[in-house]
Design a protein around this ligand. Structure first.
Ligand SMILES: Nc1ncnc2c1ncn2[C@@H]1O[C@H](COP(=O)(O)OP(=O)(O)OP(=O)(O)O)[C@@H](O)[C@H]1O
Ligand SMILES: [Mg+2]
Length: 308
């Protein structure tokens, strides 16, 4: 099922928490929703799930408004402060959620078992929710979001509080689910967004400041090609000068840090310098030990877009 968000706006008092945002997500797509604290991620997700009303705008699921309440059964939602009932045992709670989501009665035990397995809840399944550790409570939250096998998953920081093993498992699960479903997840873990998501949306102060794949965001941020070259058997000053003299090269920097030394070579717009660098080294009998594209880190892109 597709989600279409059109001109969504929400204010709290004088503050615009979400300010006229529009985007779409298609079936089979996993969208990573990034933004600094207070950017409006949770508020947007609450409006998509019809948990809070929007001021203006519309959220359409397969062309139908969420405000009718009819589309809610197609959505699985993991809220930020995952509200669970502390007195309820895990299994009862999941069965209760399944019933609320109108899973046919006969299918409930099987669905609950499946979610216990998928979310790694087996050893804690007989405890009361209030007795669980933070990570296990998060797993219960994920299980309840998926219990009715919804076509759309809205997950607000799904891996918060999970241990590294479980993070890997949940990521893998989201990737698998994402093949048939439509997934929007928010996170502050930037490497996670690169491995899990097909597309990244960055929001700042209620407005969308970037929308694209990690590669397209990098290309936009970087502009021109930057190469990292490790060149040996030559005098660094001489190498620097020779690199700088190459016609395709705009700028060269010598780096000498903990990660090793090397040259950072920025090409002129729309040019690449790989061949020229290689041929220069051959000519001068320098050893080219490494020549790799230097990628702008997602962290840097994020900071650039959200630090104002
Ligand atoms: N119920 C509320 N009443 C008043 N202001 C609110 C309410 N909920 C959210 N806000 C404000 O709206 C803005 C956006 O909050 P939101 O929770 O959507 O941010 P977020 O991007 O999810 O942040 P975080 O990364 O910290 O979870 C914040 O400035 C917040 O203080
Ligand atoms: Mg939030």
């Amino acid at each position: 099922m597709d989600i279409k968000i059109q001109h969504l706006t929400k204010s709290y008092g004088f503050q615009k928490a979400v300010d006229d945002i529009s985007f779409s997500v298609s079936t089979g797509e996993i969208l990573g929703f990034l933004g600094p604290n207070g950017a409006g991620k949770t508020t947007t997700m609450k409006m998509i799930t019809n948990y809070i009303p929007m001021d203006t705008g519309e959220v359409l699921i397969d062309g139908r408004s969420v405000q009718t309440g009819e589309m809610q059964r197609h959505i699985g939602y993991l809220p930020e402060n995952n509200p669970l009932y502390p007195e309820m045992p895990v299994m009862d709670y999941l069965a209760f959620c399944a019933a609320l989501q109108r899973v046919p009665k006969a299918d409930i035990p099987q669905r609950v078992r499946e979610m216990v397995r998928v979310c790694g809840l087996d050893i804690e399944k007989h405890k009361k929710i209030g007795e669980l550790s933070k990570g296990y409570r998060q797993r219960v939250g994920l299980a309840q979001a998926m219990i009715h096998d919804p076509a759309i998953l809205i997950l607000d920081e799904p891996t918060t509080g999970l241990d590294p093993n479980q993070i890997v498992e949940i990521r893998e699960l989201i990737r698998q689910l994402g093949r048939q479903k439509t997934v929007i997840l928010s996170t502050h873990i930037l490497p996670e967004v690169e491995v899990t998501c097909d597309r990244i949306l960055i929001i700042n102060r209620g407005k969308i400041v970037a929308d694209g794949t990690a590669e397209t965001l990098r290309a936009q941020a970087q502009g021109q090609q930057v190469l990292h070259a490790r060149i040996e058997d030559g005098e660094p000053g001489e190498i620097l000068q020779a690199l700088q003299a190459l016609p395709s090269v705009a700028l060269v920097d010598f780096l000498d840090g903990a990660a090793g030394s090397g040259f950072l070579i920025e090409s002129r717009p729309n040019q690449s310098s790989n061949r020229a660098v290689f041929q220069l080294c051959v000519q001068r009998k320098w050893t080219l030990c490494e020549l790799i594209p230097f990628e702008t880190r997602l962290e840097d892109i994020f900071r650039n877009l959200t630090m104002n």
